[in-house]
Design a protein around this ligand. Structure first.
Ligand code: NFE
Length: 469
């Protein structure tokens, strides 16, 4: 048996160490370890509750809008307010732009180099190997050109956030009760113009490139599977969510029960074990804990280690989502010659992101047309002395929850469980592996396993800044 350690995994956000054991060409064991503790939940204790949105958006520069949104939903709940429809549309448009940015970033700049030949990209951008490369020289050259075009699209998506959210990263607009800014007609026109360009890029470039990768690496629809899915849903409007919440455990899709979320840390560097509900968690750092191997905790839903992210959203939306989603997903699954059950695989996750980007860009065009320039964008808020709040949304990488307890008018407890906390979690008190660990175990590999492991781990788009608070 050979142990291979990838430390750090490149082309992800933050510092993740993955260790695999390879025996007779199969990964027989995998360990995911997050190496950086930050203590943001501690920083929030004793602060004014309205600081939560401003501080938690700083958790991450890639998905800051996810934390803005979750914190605002959490405080909406604690303060007993709901944004007016216009405010909700603006929240969705700002957050949607961050989703589009994240998916284009992930496909072209984080994942695609895993499949491009060594010399297709210049210098340090190159993956540095020609092992298992399946594109012709002309195809590789075209994909590498789109790698550069995608940088421009990312800039435009960031400009969308800044147009309605004030700046990127760390928007100034999404707040409890709605948004702070009513865009001028010129900004709405500028948003529409850029969104149309991005939607055109997704449809005309990203989707065809994705289908080419899916065709050449079709075997990756059978690699990197986890089997359990969880989503909190996202983009609320008119009492519904564009992407519905739910889980798939052993049967078909089932409704979400947030009371079934627990977080443990038996193999993480915190004193004790858990698992406890988020509002009751006490996790004191213990870097000397002998049984631990990660700073990431182990969230579980009904005791199960669930994959979160685009595959979970697409699976639930295929069952309960809008007809437009089912239409786009059905068409692209057909073109990729893949089944809905294959969405939760290394290639399925890429396909699910592409389906989502195309569907979301069209939904955003509808929200933009729905804006009412004269209607209110926020409702006023009053902070109570005592309250509890829960903010559940999906972020680009999956289910994100913020929980707050207010006592004496200040934050007494703040808890964050982010998508990568779910996906890159270590084993739990029952020794059940985390989703990425499970996705790796059992994989047949050609050489030392580095190539297959890199492709599988990156298909989850891990972000270690979010994973550890
Ligand atoms: Ni830092 Fe994030 C997303 C969140 S992932 S990128 O998407 O929350 O753990």
């Amino acid at each position: 048996m050979r142990t291979v350690s990838i430390d750090p995994i490149t082309r992800i956000e933050g510092h993740l160490r993955v260790e695999i054991q390879v025996e007779d060409g199969v990964i027989v064991g995998a360990r995911c370890s997050g190496a950086l503790y930050r203590g943001l939940e501690e920083i929030l204790r004793g602060r004014h509750p309205l600081d939560a949105q401003r501080i938690t958006t700083r958790i991450c520069g890639v998905c800051p809008l996810a934390h803005s949104t979750a914190a605002s939903l959490c405080l909406d709940d604690a303060l007993g307010v709901e944004p007016p429809r216009n405010g909700q549309l603006l929240r969705n448009l700002i957050y949607g732009a961050n989703f589009l940015h994240n998916h284009i970033l992930h496909f072209y700049h984080l994942a695609l180099p895993d499949y491009l030949p060594a010399r297709a990209l210049p210098g340090a951008l190159s993956p540095g190997t020609d092992e298992d490369r399946r594109f012709s020289a002309a195809e590789a050259e075209r994909l590498a050109g789109h790698y550069l075009a995608a940088l421009d699209m990312r800039r435009k998506a960031q400009e969308l956030v800044a147009l309605f959210g004030g700046k990127m990263p760390h928007d100034m607009s999404i707040v409890p009760g709605g948004v702070t800014h009513r865009p001028a007609p010129g900004d709405v026109a500028a948003f529409r113009f850029r969104l149309k360009e991005i939607a055109g890029f997704i449809e005309g470039t990203y989707i065809p490139d994705l289908l080419l990768v899916a065709e050449r690496y079709h075997d990756y629809f059978e690699l990197g599977k986890v089997g359990k899915l969880l989503t909190f849903g996202c983009f609320p409007l008119d009492g519904d969510r564009l992407f519905p919440a739910g889980a798939v455990l052993d049967g078909g899709p089932e409704p979400l029960d947030p009371g079934e979320i627990r977080e443990g840390f038996s193999r993480s560097w915190y004193a004790g074990e858990g698992p406890r509900p988020p509002w009751e968690e006490e996790a004191v750092p213990d870097p000397d804990k002998a049984t631990a191997y990660s700073w990431i905790k182990a969230p579980r839903y009904r005791g199960e280690a669930c994959e979160v992210g685009p595959a979970a959203r697409a699976t639930l939306a295929l069952a309960h989502g809008p007809p437009q989603f089912r239409e786009i997903a059905g068409e692209l699954l057909g073109e990729a010659k893949a089944t809905p059950e294959q969405l939760g695989s290394a290639m399925g996750r890429h396909l699910a992101r592409g389906i989502e980007a195309l569907f979301l860009a069209r939904a955003m065009e509808g929200w933009l047309a729905d804006l009412d320039p004269s209607a209110p964008v926020a409702t006023s808020v009053t902070v109570p002395d005592e309250a509890r709040g829960q903010g559940l949304t999906d972020a680009p990488r999956g289910a994100l929850g913020h929980w707050v307890e207010i006592a004496g008018g200040v934050i007494a407890r703040y808890q964050v469980i982010a998508p990568t906390t779910w996906n890159a979690s270590p084993r739990d008190e029952r020794d059940v592996p985390g989703p990425i660990e499970r996705a790796l175990e059992g994989t047949r590999v050609a050489g030392d396993g580095l190539l297959e492991a890199g492709r599988i781990v990156r298909s989850f788009d891990p972000c270690l800044a979010c994973a550890i608070q």
